[in-house]
Ligand binder design. Structure first.
Ligand code: NAD
Length: 321
């Protein structure tokens, strides 16, 4: 393993841990100190493995790479990796599905509760000691509300499970999941328009596909209650951001939590960043120390498998085949 090299494309929180584990196995590691939107071509030329989170890898850089054997995604979505080119060159592309599902689900619940209980506004009043403004800041219970879950895979199901003690009515839209699997969570399988009309909280957990791109646009936002809140921790382009901005600005939608963006990294001039009724995060729904620790160990083990001549786990070629 002495001459083997691995490149970690961005300064991830657990990068040091990965370096330590790889060095222990005799592998040389280089970690990028900054986030590149595109991984520089020259970094891939002479490495055996790559661990990547959010930086994009171009098909050209994969074509030029001389000894690359595995690209390991530090997460789930592989839309930043040219899977087809990798397949043509026999380079494994692997991800870690499911490992952060619970983290995203807990974050979703936190976002819902934080919006309903107006945690941000209350914090801000408290910091200014504006005691007299307290009566204007009334919040809402989650208990007894209708929650619509769009996409009932790993994360959607965790959300449904976490919601159980709140005694909410759970509506699910996912044409690919059968009713029996939904009923286990005391939820109802419904169509999209019904879910949008009835829900007080709508939360998105679908992958980004041609079918789900802009699945929440002006028409869908108009169907929602004016008092409803929308949570998006899935992929930015699942929502038409312009339509969402207009709906929030006009008060046609009460509030939203946006974790994922149509363009990432999100440009500082994105108008959603200025809205008071948008609660925001930078694609960090799964960023728990627990997830990072597990993911770091998984990525290192999987890369080492390939460097030692074995087949890795969670090969995603089939996604684009
Ligand atoms: P999953 O594959 O387990 O589940 C996705 C579900 O969406 C499936 O049940 C599928 O049937 C359903 N679906 C597909 N097309 C649909 C459509 N047109 N309409 C309704 N449902 C449809 O995925 P997951 O692991 O639960 O992840 C869900 C989303 O969360 C993905 O977009 C993923 O990229 C994203 N994610 C975000 C973060 C974050 O940090 N914000 C972290 C992990 C995952």
């Amino acid at each position: 393993m002495k001459s083997m090299k691995v490149y970690i494309t961005e300064p991830l929180p657990m990068a040091e841990e990965m370096v330590r584990l790889l060095n222990e196995a005799g592998v040389e590691v280089r970690v990028s100190r900054i986030f590149h939107e595109y991984v520089p071509e020259e970094e891939l030329l002479e490495v055996d493995g790559v661990i990547v989170a959010d930086s994009r890898i171009t098909p050209e850089s994969v074509k030029k790479a001389r000894r690359l054997k595995i690209i390991q995604k530090f997460g789930v979505g592989v839309d930043i990796i040219p899977v087809k080119t990798c397949k043509e060159k026999g380079i494994y592309v692997c991800n870690i599905p499911g490992i952060n599902s619970l983290d995203v689900a807990e974050f979703t619940l936190a976002a819902i509760l934080s919006l309903l209980h107006r945690i941000r506004e209350r914090d801000s009043l408290a910091r200014k000691a504006r005691w007299n403004e307290r009566p204007r800041s009334l919040s809402e219970r989650l208990t007894g509300k209708v929650v619509g879950i769009i996409g009932f895979g790993r994360i959607g199901r965790h959300v449904a499970r976490l919601l159980q003690p709140f005694n909410v009515r759970i509506l699910v839209y996912d044409p690919y999941v059968n009713e029996a699997a939904i009923k286990i969570y005391k939820a109802e399988k419904v169509d999209l328009d019904y879910l949008l009309r009835k829900s007080d909280v709508v939360t998105l957990h679908v992958p980004l596909t041609e079918e789900t791109r802009h699945m929440i646009g002006q028409r869908e936002l108009n169907l929602m209650k004016h008092s409803a809140i929308l949570i998006n921790t899935s992929r930015g382009a699942v929502v038409d951001e312009r339509a969402l901005y207009k709906a929030l600005k006009a008060g046609r939608l009460k509030a939203a939590h946006i974790d994922v963006w149509s363009v990432e990294p999100v440009p500082a001039n994105n108008p959603l960043l200025k809205l008071h009724n948008a609660q925001l995060s930078l694609h960090q729904a799964s960023w728990t120390v627990d997830f990072f620790r597990e993911a770091a160990r998984f990525c290192v083990d999987n890369v080492l498998r390939v460097l030692r001549g074995s087949r890795p786990l969670n090969i995603v070629w089939a996604y684009e085949a």
